[in-house]
Every structure is written in structure tokens, then in C-alpha cells.
Design a protein around this ligand. Structure first.
Ligand SMILES: *[C@@H]1O[C@H](CO)[C@@H](O)[C@H](O)[C@H]1NC(C)=O
Ligand SMILES: *[C@@H]1O[C@H](CO)[C@@H](O)[C@H](O)[C@H]1NC(C)=O
Length: 449
């Protein structure tokens, strides 16, 4: 049954599709990935990737929050609708901040999806935190808690650390915060996230251990006394944004302002986050890192075109340049300006037309039922960035698989043509993504993890 339908599907392509798109017979190899969809589904056990690049002095393991590699063993993982609905609230928060009417500062995003485990204090206490390029301040829950949600590891207790200190209100570090206050001359911080989560506490400094041989002394972070929200048992958040308070700025002296990561293709494999290292690795291609002065936290880049099945979609580059494109580790699904998304969707649907379509999944409106196929052919998708670089997405960044009967194109359109584009973490999967802040460049290398 399955092989018959695959054969019919193949014939369909030879007969219908080739005359339209392909002039030369090589086209079919350039057009599709042939994959076993099981490779896109997570397994029950974690297979740790040893691929962590040795380029850099400090490499930390990155895992998906949900799934067998996560140190947080949640009693119940959210379902796909919940994950995608949360993604929508994060994107709404980004768009409300990037709107021309300035939203109030300090209002941050929803929470991201990848976890790293790092050490706070002396002796160090391991804490698993969400890593997020879309926010700046790092924070963890701290004892004594006024209100803490449940977390996996014991809550950090500053009184047990010999290197801990409060930061005073008169410090310039205090005035650099988006939201700050003062209690008995100690600096108080607050962050409100777009999904309603929040943290409030004392601005502190202590040793931050990234890897056993890489310690940042006097690292500034929030000691959260009143924390509410869906952080899913993570101890807090590691802020990799561009402002002064972020770990990237604080690590500058030790590592230079360069970091890189690889997000694993499924939640049953691992990736890495590294600080420092050289950006001149051979197969990494760079595009300019852009800045939006009204959105200083975010890393922007210049998306200029999209290729589907080896062909460039006819979308005017101004569709992208008018609104800008943010690189965000915490958004799941890439958002495109409406015109660009509908062009991508129709090209993708055309090349997938031999598969049965399936019901939409939350924000994903182009889904297929792939049950019964051992191999499927999915169109290649590449994003082209300024500087003439094209990045061929991994298959795990093209389809979002709820399961074999619901496999969806992992992109969505913005509802407003004035909203910025966002490159989400699905589309970053498996790339060695380099942020060379000093040279203002973002790089993509294939097969990072
Ligand atoms: C930090 O400030 C809090 C609140 O003012 C206070 O309770 C605590 O003792 C201070 N800790 C240190 C180490 O100074
Ligand atoms: C596939 O996933 C969708 C969305 O999570 C769900 O509604 C559906 O029941 C699942 N189907 C199977 C066969 O598991």
C-alpha cells in the first residue's frame, strides 16, 4: 500500500512536475530532500552528540526543555498546541515592542525552549536555565524566596556562597536596568515577560561557572525573590541579548564578544553553546549583523530572499527590508511578512501536492498526513541573507512534526505587513550559528551538531 502510493507520487512528479519546473534532469536532485520522517521524530532516549566543536574554550551542552535530554523531568510536557500558542504570545510581545509606538521598556518576551546548565556561586551550584538571545538580564530564583515556582534543582541560596554580593542602588549597573528600584540601598530589578511571567529580586554579583575551566568572577545577575510563570522547572534564564547587562557583554574581557551555538535537530539529541573562539572557521558564511536603535536587545540580519525547491521566490526584497528580520533563539516558528509567507506557502504546496493534506496545527496552516510512507520527498528551502549567503535549511527546520499524520510547514506569516520578520529556532536547527558581535556579523555553518 505504502510503496504503491510512493510510486504513484514519484510518477506524479515525473509527469506533472518536471515539465513545469525542471528543464534539466538534474533539477530533481536540487529540488528535494528525501528523508525518512522518523528521523524528525524525537526518540525516547537521549543520544548525546559528541560534535561539540572544540573551536572554543568554553562549550556548554544545550538541550531542548522537553524531551529525554532535558535535565528537567517535567511531569507533563506541554502538547504541540500549547507550545505553538506560547510561541504566538512571544511573537506578540516582540511585535508590540518593535511597533512604531514605543511599548514600555522592560517588558520582555515569553520564555524560550533550550536549556543550559551552568554554575552559580562558590562553591558552584548547578542551575539549569533557559537560554535566550531575546533578553539581556540573567536571573535565577534565590532563597529566601517570597514566591518561587517549583524548579528541578535546589534553589540557589546566596548565604551559602562565599563570593556573593548585593549590588547597591548607587552602582551604574543598577541604572542600566530597564526596571530598577531600591530597598535599603540594595538595587532591585524586575522583568515582566510577554506571556505574563515575571521575576523580581535583588541585583547581585557572584562567580558564574560556564565550564569547569571558565569562570566569570563578579557576574551580575538577578537573584529572584518573587518569580511567577511557566519556566517549566528551569531555575531561571541566561540572557544573551546585546545590552550591557547580558552575559555576552560581561564575558567580553574573557572571551571577546563572540559566541556560537548549535540547536539539535530533535529533543532527543544535544547541541552546544560556546563563548569565545575564532570566527574564521572555514565553512561558516557570514552576513552583516544589523542593529535597530529602538530595539537594542535584538540581533537583526538582512533576509533578502527565499528559495524553495532550488528556485528563488519572486518577493521584492523591500518586503523584508522595510520591517527587518530578528534572529531569535526563543521563538520556535519563523515569522515572515504576509506576502513572503504566502509566496513560500504556495511554492511549497505545489511541490508537496502529491501528499494528502492534513488539518492545520495552531499557527501552522500547511500540514500533511505522511502515514504509510517510509520515505518522503520534501522541497529544499534556503534563506538568502545580505552579503550573498544562502543557508540551506536542515529538514528538521522545514517540517514541524506533531506526528506522522500531521507534518506541517514550519513557517508562519505575520498578520501585519508592518511587523518584523523573525528567524525562529526551528530554522536554526543544526547550524553552527556564530554571533561575532565585535565584527558585527552573524555566521552559519552546516552540520554543527
Ligand atoms: C542583600 O540584600 C538583602 C535585602 O536588602 C539582605 O537581606 C541581604 O542580607 C543582603 N545580602 C548580603 C550578602 O549583603
Ligand atoms: C497527531 O498530533 C496531533 C496534534 O498534536 C493530534 O491531534 C493527533 O491526535 C495525533 N495523531 C496521532 C495518530 O497520534
Amino acid at each position: 500500500m505504502a510503496s504503491l502510493s510512493s510510486a504513484l507520487c514519484y510518477l506524479y512528479f515525473l509527469l506533472i512536475f518536471f515539465p513545469i519546473v525542471g528543464r534539466c534532469s538534474r533539477r530533481k536532485f536540487e529540488t528535494y530532500h528525501t528523508i525518512n520522517i522518523r528521523t524528525l521524530l524525537p526518540r525516547n532516549v537521549c543520544s548525546s552528540s559528541e560534535a561539540s566543536r572544540s573551536l572554543s574554550p568554553a562549550s556548554i551542552k544545550v538541550v531542548h526543555r522537553h524531551g529525554p535530554c532535558s535535565p528537567l523531568h517535567l511531569k507533563q510536557n506541554p502538547n504541540h498546541e500549547q507550545i505553538l500558542d506560547k510561541d504566538r504570545s512571544r511573537v506578540n510581545a516582540i511585535h508590540s515592542r518593535t511597533a512604531t509606538i514605543p511599548a514600555h521598556t522592560g517588558d520582555s518576551l515569553g520564555t524560550g525552549n533550550y536549556i543550559v546548565t551552568i554554575g552559580f556561586g562558590s562553591p558552584k551550584r548547578e542551575q539549569s536555565v533557559i537560554f535566550d538571545t531575546g533578553s539581556d538580564l540573567t536571573w535565577i530564583q534565590c532563597e529566601p524566596c517570597l514566591s518561587c515556582y517549583q524548579q528541578h534543582e535546589p534553589i540557589f541560596d546566596p548565604s551559602q556562597s562565599s563570593t556573593y554580593a548585593n549590588i547597591s542602588c548607587s552602582s551604574s549597573y543598577c541604572s542600566e536596568l530597564d526596571i530598577s528600584g531600591c530597598t535599603s540601598s540594595t538595587c532591585v530589578y524586575g522583568v515582566q515577560y510577554g506571556d505574563g511571567s515575571s521575576t523580581l529580586g535583588i541585583l547581585s554579583e557572584d562567580a558564574l561557572t560556564l565550564t569547569s575551566s571558565n569562570v566569570l568572577p563578579n557576574f551580575r545577575f538577578g537573584c529572584g525573590k518573587r518569580n511567577n510563570g511557566l519556566f517549566g522547572e528551569a531555575a531561571g534564564l541566561l540572557g544573551l541579548g546585546r545590552k550591557k547587562v547580558s552575559v555576552v557583554s560581561q564575558a567580553f574581557q574573557k572571551f571577546g564578544s563572540i559566541f556560537a551555538y548549535c540547536l539539535p535537530s530533535t529533543s532527543s539529541s544535544t547541541g552546544y553553546l560556546t563563548f569565545g573562539g575564532s570566527s574564521t572557521s572555514s565553512n561558516v558564511k557570514f552576513t552583516p549583523m544589523l542593529t535597530n536603535p529602538s530595539m537594542p536587545t535584538f540581533y537583526y540580519l538582512d533576509l533578502v530572499a527565499i528559495h524553495v525547491g532550488g528556485r528563488r521566490l519572486s518577493i521584492s526584497p523591500t518586503v523584508f527590508s522595510k520591517v527587518g528580520t530578528i534572529m531569535d533563539s526563543g521563538t520556535v516558528i519563523t515569522r515572515l511578512p504576509p506576502v513572503a509567507y504566502s509566496s513560500l506557502r504556495s511554492a511549497f504546496r505545489r511541490l508537496m501536492s502529491c501528499y494528502r493534506s492534513a488539518q492545520a496545527l495552531s499557527i501552522l496552516d500547511t500540514c500533511y498526513d505522511l502515514t504509510g510512507y517510509s520515505k518522503v520527498r520534501i522541497p529544499k528551502v534556503a534563506l538568502q541573507f545580505g552579503g550573498g549567503i544562502a543557508t540551506n535549511l536542515d529538514t528538521s527546520g522545514i517540517l514541524y512534526l506533531a506526528n506522522a499524520s500531521q507534518a506541517c510547514l514550519a513557517f508562519a506569516g505575520n498578520s501585519d505587513a508592518g511587523d518584523s520578520g523573525i528567524i525562529g529556532n526551528m530554522q536554526q536547527k543544526k547550524f553552527h550559528v556564530v554571533y561575532d558581535v565585535a565584527n558585527k556579523a552573524i555566521g552559519f555553518g552546516p552540520n554543527g551538531c
